[in-house]
Design a protein around this ligand. Structure first.
Ligand SMILES: [Zn+2]
Length: 338
């Protein structure tokens, strides 16, 4: 099969590697769409992916083969590569290691990821894709589940003013999930025009350009003078966490969703008198995948809105695409079509 193998030093090679065979308790998924995740771009940028590995975890595909003794899957079923509950006693990486460190361990284990024509998975891992969710949108189930997880960890209540800093795929999904959870006013801060437009199209009440306006003062003003009830930092770069804390109302909440890969500077004296709560949200739980698929199937959130005809690339374009994505992107979401 064709796969993009990470070679180290910010280099992928697209090559023929052996197609994995599903063993007992395993299935083989023919990947149809594999979305490029910001986290993978960071793994590339900071060269933390393991040389020789195939990364990529936002896939949709169909069951192509099942191992001996596998009864729960039939060839041809549409699936995403996650959301299944591990058998008893086998939790995820984080549950298995109370000192799990995403920066140092996050990419150490991946060898058989989704930037390839096929992916072999334990049979418990995939989840069926409901009718009405097309494959390309289904490939975004993982980032949708991250948004669902973040909003469920938040204190968002009916009618709240919610601000989202960063309207990349995660920010746009968090915004929609917050609305589905009852948020009232949605304020988005995003400098890239294509992403700002998408936020407007998806129902943001106000979109701030932080290069043209001071985002904290503007969020506070739009939120009625005291600050937003909940601010989600979906950018995680430079000053955004500090901005989020500073733009929150007294006793409001900041949820850090993006993974900052570099140390950040904070000015606590600006906001600590308001006793703002800081919460972090990391990845998602299997239930969040099911909730994400249900929200997509019912039309309450649109992952398809993040994708346009220019979103699609061939696997062979992965190197140039990753290089382009290390700079601020105008692209909303890139999806490899296989
Ligand atoms: Zn992802």
């Amino acid at each position: 099969m064709k796969a993009a193998v990470y070679q180290g030093s910010r280099r992928f090679t697209v090559e023929e590697i052996e197609t994995p065979e599903p063993g007992p308790g395993q299935v083989l998924v023919k990947v149809t769409h594999s979305a490029i995740c910001g986290t993978d771009v960071h793994a590339f940028m900071y060269d933390i992916a393991k040389p020789g590995s195939v990364i990529g975890h936002e896939i949709a595909g169909v069951i192509a083969a099942v191992g001996p003794d596998v009864e729960r899957w039939q060839v041809g079923e549409r699936v995403v590569a996650g959301g299944g509950r591990p058998p008893d006693g086998r939790g995820g990486l984080v549950a298995a290691n109370p000192r799990y460190n995403y920066r140092t361990m996050g990419f150490a284990g991946s060898v058989n990821g989704g930037y390839a024509e096929y992916q072999r998975l334990p049979e418990w891992r995939p989840t069926r894709v409901p009718d009405g969710v097309p494959d390309a949108a289904a490939a975004l189930t993982e980032p949708c589940s991250v948004a669902v997880h973040a909003v469920r960890r938040s204190a968002v209540r009916t009618g709240d003013t919610v601000a989202v800093i960063g309207a990349g795929p995660i920010g746009l999904l968090v915004m929609q999930v917050a609305r589905a959870a009852g948020a009232g006013r949605l304020i988005v801060s995003e400098p890239a025009p294509a992403r700002a437009d998408a936020a407007r199209r998806l129902g943001a009440h106000a979109v701030i350009n932080p290069r043209e306006e001071e985002p904290v003062a503007r969020i506070v003003e739009l939120a009625g003078g005291a600050g937003a009830d909940v601010v989600f930092d979906c950018a995680g770069i430079g000053a955004t966490l500090d901005q989020a804390l500073d733009a929150t109302r007294p006793a409001g909440q900041v949820v850090l969703v993006a993974v900052p890969w570099e140390p950040l500077s904070l000015e606590p004296a600006n906001w600590m008198a308001r006793e703002v709560d800081l919460r972090v949200s990391f990845a998602s739980e299997p239930e969040d995948w099911h909730r994400a698929l249900a929200l997509m199937a019912s039309g309450r959130i649109s992952a398809a809105a993040l994708i346009s005809e220019t979103s699609f690339i061939a696997l062979e374009q992965i190197q140039e695409t990753f290089e382009a994505l290390t700079a601020p992107s105008t692209q909303l979401q890139v999806v490899i079509r296989l």
